[in-house]
Design a protein around this ligand. Structure first.
Ligand SMILES: C[S@@+](CC[C@H](N)C(=O)[O-])C[C@H]1O[C@@H](n2cnc3c(N)ncnc32)[C@H](O)[C@@H]1O
Length: 236
């Protein structure tokens, strides 16, 4: 049985915060002076979210697929945790992005930038420890989300995880919320339909985004049958 207690992975948290900090300041209209910086410096939004079954976070040697990897920023951060023996498959649907990423990730040879189709990672079954999507899920074609999650269920190893970051669609913010966001509730529903179980979903403090973590439902053994005291009727 997988241990679900989270282990810390602070470095990637710090990296995450560094990326969002400036944008959050702009969004919240805060002046970037030392005091406000201190107040709004992100506190531990636990990246335990990347916690692995072992409870040690991303492990050396882990294989990750970063879907819609963009400029490869995340891929490079994760490369530090999986080490030289790990692999980050950084998938993009545009050849130009793949080429740019290759340049940007030249010093992280474990980042493998590659072109993917719209509806698949093109990776074999049981090949990844983590499937990671940052602000990509809402880009999937209408009606294809559950199928994509089913595909990931096959690609991710039985003890692996799925991590999805999206802008929270219910937090007001003009068209960005509706066109470039997603509802955590809908995501949970779709993930469950595809065989995933949500183990964490939380707002990333100081941003409009949430991070949801899923494991495969097959990880959970059948609930042991409850033994009722003799002579009592089954009432529920
Ligand atoms: C908003 S960007 C996010 C980039 C990066 N993940 C980040 O967080 O900085 C969304 C990316 O998803 C890619 N994308 C769009 N549809 C996709 C699909 N069906 N499969 C994989 N990537 C897709 C886009 O090309 C774009 O680079």
């Amino acid at each position: 049985m997988l241990a679900l207690n989270p282990g810390p992975l602070p470095d990637i948290l710090i990296a995450y915060c560094a990326r969002w900090r400036d944008r959050a300041f702009v969004n919240l209209n805060l002046s970037v002076n030392k005091e406000s910086y201190n107040v709004y410096t992100f506190s531990p939004v636990r990246i335990a979210d990347f916690d692995h079954g072992s409870g040690h976070g991303l492990c050396r040697g882990d294989v990750v697929v970063d879907i819609g990897a963009g400029d490869g920023w995340w891929a490079r951060q994760m490369a530090r945790f999986v080490g030289a023996e790990g692999v980050i498959h950084a998938g993009e649907i545009e050849q130009k992005k793949v080429d740019d990423m290759k340049g940007k990730c030249a010093d992280s040879p474990q980042v493998k930038s590659y072109l993917i189709p719209l509806d698949s990672t093109a990776l074999p079954d049981n090949s990844c420890d983590l499937a990671f999507l940052s602000k990509t899920y809402h880009h999937f074609n209408k009606g294809s989300h559950v199928d994509y999650l089913r595909h990931l269920h096959k690609v991710v190893k039985p003890t692996g995880r799925l991590c999805i970051i999206e802008r929270h669609s219910a937090i007001p913010g003009g068209t960005r919320a509706t066109e470039h966001g997603w509802s955590p509730g809908l995501l949970m529903q779709q993930a469950e339909e595809a065989g995933w179980v949500g183990v964490r979903c939380e707002l990333i403090r100081g941003t409009y985004h949430f991070m949801a973590i899923f494991v495969q439902k097959e990880l959970f053994p059948p609930e042991p049958e409850r033994r009722r005291p003799e002579g009592r009727d089954n009432q529920n």
